[in-house]
Design a binder for this molecule. Structure first.
Ligand code: HEM
Length: 399
């Protein structure tokens, strides 16, 4: 599988390609492909499945994310304009979306998240200490995936012994390519399993509420009504997707970056005050989220004549790696002064978990480099990334 584009003529006067964002490829291939397309296109048509539009102008991507009246979240999957599932709050539009965000905002505020810092640091330190003497490890399996998943489970109030079950579900729900799962059977099976799991967790809390996010959310009212079990599921499934894959991917990119740029690694080890900027820069340069929206009316964006009901893909990389926006945009600059990247999105759906994610990332990078300051990518380690959200598949480091 490769990330190259195959031209397929034009569609409504706009260049069309067989473009498959679900296919994996070599490390950074998707991000580089976006750079290449953005140099010559402000948008194009993908002919895969039902077909959808892709905007590759950085400014237009951000505008679309902010214009929720025109670009609705009722579908956020470019391949599926009429999904049978609902994820809350991601697939709601204002004003209902605004109510959910108001309630959720308290749980994920900078203050609530800062209160968790000692616990988050303790978990990271224990995991890294457990690896330090081993001389090497697949750092995705042994650290980057386990650390934030465990924190997430504690936050939600879920039993920690289910950790490996969660890691398997994340893989089937989020990492399979169109070719590996053409009818999306494995993905849907995982969605069902996750839904059944949360059904049980919700039922347990209806019987006896606990001191956790799930129990608190079940006591909220939206539009003057208590939240139904169905909506609680839709919320849990979204939290699962949004909260479980993204931080592991980001830690993976950070460790990959410092392994392949020893001069940056030495700089942050010598001066840890560079770490917050280093984290923002890796989020920006290795941008891996590709949102999509459904048009509510005919509209032209990025030169694409979008019709009401059609899907539009909005890759964040084209904005975060935009030469009109950043000087030397592809370079991780440990002294960069501007940090207006949109790796956490933009507009009403901007990441709810950004404070938690930033804290986890900073803690991971700090504690890792205090304990394992010198490492390299193991010989023979293939460097491949997944499609959908671009994460490194496997990263074996040696120290
Ligand atoms: C580095 C890690 C993360 C990145 C890069 C990231 C990125 C994003 C992006 C780009 C969006 C917007 C999607 C869109 O516009 O369609 C989003 C939404 C969201 N994220 Fe994150 N995220 C991260 C971590 C987290 C974590 C740790 C949580 C929670 C535990 C979380 C919860 C959410 C939720 C609930 C939404 C939906 C918000 C809404 O619809 O209003 N995210 N995230």
């Amino acid at each position: 599988m490769s990330a190259t584009l195959e031209p397929e003529g034009t569609y409504e006067g706009v260049p069309a390609y067989y473009f498959d964002n679900t296919a994996g490829g070599p490390v950074l291939s998707h991000q580089r492909r976006w750079d290449e397309i953005a140099r010559t296109h402000s948008g194009f048509r993908s002919s895969i499945a039902h077909g959808y539009w892709v905007v590759t102008d950085g400014g237009a991507v951000q505008e679309a994310l902010q214009d929720w009246r025109t670009f609705s979240n009722t579908s956020v999957t470019a391949l599926d304009p009429n999904p049978k599932f609902l994820w809350i709050p991601e697939m709601l539009d204002p004003p209902l979306h605004t109510e959910w965000r108001r309630l959720l905002g308290r749980e994920f505020s900078p203050k609530s998240i800062a209160a968790r810092e000692p616990e988050i640091r303790r978990v990271a330190v224990e995991m890294i200490d457990g690896l330090r003497d081993s001389g090497g490890a697949d750092v995705l399996d042994e650290f980057a995936r386990r650390f934030p998943t465990l924190i997430f489970m504690r936050l939600m109030g879920l039993p920690e012994e289910d950790l490996s079950l969660f890691l398997d579900w994340v893989h089937n729900m989020l990492h399979l390519s169109y070719e590996q799962d053409p009818d999306r059977g494995r993905q849907l099976a995982a969605i069902k399993a996750v839904s059944a799991y949360f059904e049980e967790q919700i039922a347990l809390r209806r019987q006896a509420p606990r001191d956790d996010l799930l129990s608190r959310a079940m006591s909220w009212e939206i539009d003057g009504e208590p939240i139904s079990d169905r909506d609680m599921h839709a919320f849990c499934v979204l939290m699962f997707q949004a909260g479980l894959d993204t931080v592991p991917i980001s830690i993976g990119w950070a460790l990959y970056h410092f392994a392949s740029h020893p001069e940056h690694r030495k700089a942050i080890v010598t001066d840890p005050s560079l770490i917050p900027t280093a984290v923002e820069e890796t989020l920006r340069v290795y941008s891996f989220v590709v949102p999509a929206r459904k048009a509510t009316r005919d509209v032209e964006i990025g030169g694409c004549p979008v019709k009401s009901g059609e899907m539009v893909m909005l890759p964040l990389a084209v904005s975060n790696r935009d030469p009109e926006r950043y000087e030397d945009p592809l370079k991780v600059d440990l002294n960069r002064k501007v940090s207006n990247h949109i790796a956490f999105g933009s507009g009403p759906h901007r990441c709810l978990g950004s404070h938690l994610a930033r804290l986890e990332l900073n803690v991971a990078v700090e504690e890792w480099h205090k304990r394992i300051p010198d490492y390299r990518i193991a010989d023979g380690q293939g460097l491949e990334q997944t499609g959908n959200m671009y994460g490194i598949k496997s990263l074996r480091l040696e120290w």
